[in-house]
Ligand binder design. Sequence first.
Ligand code: HEM
Length: 462
Amino acid sequence: MAFLVSLGVAVGFLCVLCSFFRRWNELRYWRRGLPPGTMGWPVVGDTIEFLRRGPDFMKKYGSLFTSHLLGSPCRERGALHVNRWILMNEEKGLVPGYPRAMAELLGEWNVTAVQGAAHRVVRGAMLSAVGPVAVRERFFPTLDEFIRSHLCEWGAGGAIVDVQEKAREMVFSLALRLIAGIETGETAAELKAEFFKLLRGTLSLAVALPGSAYRRGLQARNRITRFLRALIEERRRWRRSPSAPKGSSDILDLLLREEEEGEQEQEHHQTRPKLTEDQMIDLLIAIMVAGFDNVYATAMMAIKYLYDHPSALQELRHSEIRRRKSSPDEALTWGDYTSMGFTRAVILETMRLATIVNGLMRKTTDDIPINGFVVPKGWKIYVHTREANYDSLRNLEKHQYFMLFGCGGRLCPGKELSMVQLSLFLHHFLIKYRWEEAGGDKIAYFPRVEAPRGLRMRLWTN
Ligand code: HEM
């Protein structure tokens, strides 16, 4: 009996404590004029409910509400024109506001972490490294050759293959190839292991407890940084040697060539900004991380959707392009790529249906009135772009609320690179293989699109 009474008292005390903490958290963030909402628990806020309920969480209070996610107070989900206005108005004090773990692990010079003049410098370097001109004029043959040869090893004779794992491997190795000409071997394997630790850490709470994903991510970042610093040094030495070729074969070469040109310009008192070594390292890490999830998930989901929709698969067979080639394995040209209108539509439709990008985050640098409410300084805004996906869109890319690649001054610099990678992948994959689903594997759509146990397919070569 005494035990039951003590238990009752303890439970009662715990309930009072819990409601005190929740109330305290509400009062802490209370301001006049805020949209409705709850702030949840101290520190974690409503993060657990947000991750558990995913997009349904956004329907909680209608189109606009306040909450507390991933350690920050937030306002979320506006109408499409409000979302667009938020993304287009960085200079009014709506700057990128990604979670702390992501910012720390991607580095202080990561393009999403910098603003104003620094953003212009880093974004300019990013565009010259992976933007549309670089893809068309420098990387297209490398991308085509790499994807063709990578696909040879996927499987044959009805073997069961985890398409998710293969797509991950392909996208990561391709990034390494573009960055530093590394594809396979011990270095690539070590980097891959560190890279996945870093990636997992970006979606965690920024508390470096022993064994936590965040701490492992920090350790991985240190190792990757050390590796890149040594690589840059070695490359600089090699470029100075008389036998080094003058052109640039990968992104690192390109950055170092720009560095050398910048030095010459400075000798002639011109002032084109050049990247520091730390900026270069964060830029290379950003190239590895920024597109990784989105590109492999789109590749995987396109294979799945095409299997579910044979008529689309039939239309995608690129019979026109194939007629022009003497063998199915022949390299594609830029002209072939630009003629793949239906392929582009399949890729965008895959990204739309699978909701590859759910939303984008901004932070206020001042009190900002938005749609009749004032968002206090220092708050985060979760712009839930998913809604635009279900608007009745005909020509996706021309629609003003097309935000699969963001919009405004932060529009994705890797858009064309991703479209080329995915188009080449689909072309060569469906020339090489027939496939069917092997396990009816589940797909999780939130917080990122993935098959938690892999996506198994049977593959036959054509
Ligand atoms: C299917 C593939 C991709 C999708 C759906 C995608 C989507 C996006 C979106 C929505 C943004 C805007 C973020 C914001 O406004 O806060 C963005 C920005 C960015 N993306 Fe991509 N992306 C993809 C591939 C890539 C690739 C392959 C790279 C690099 C190699 C890349 C590099 C970046 C960078 C550096 C930014 C930040 C730009 C800035 O802040 O100025 N992305 N991307």
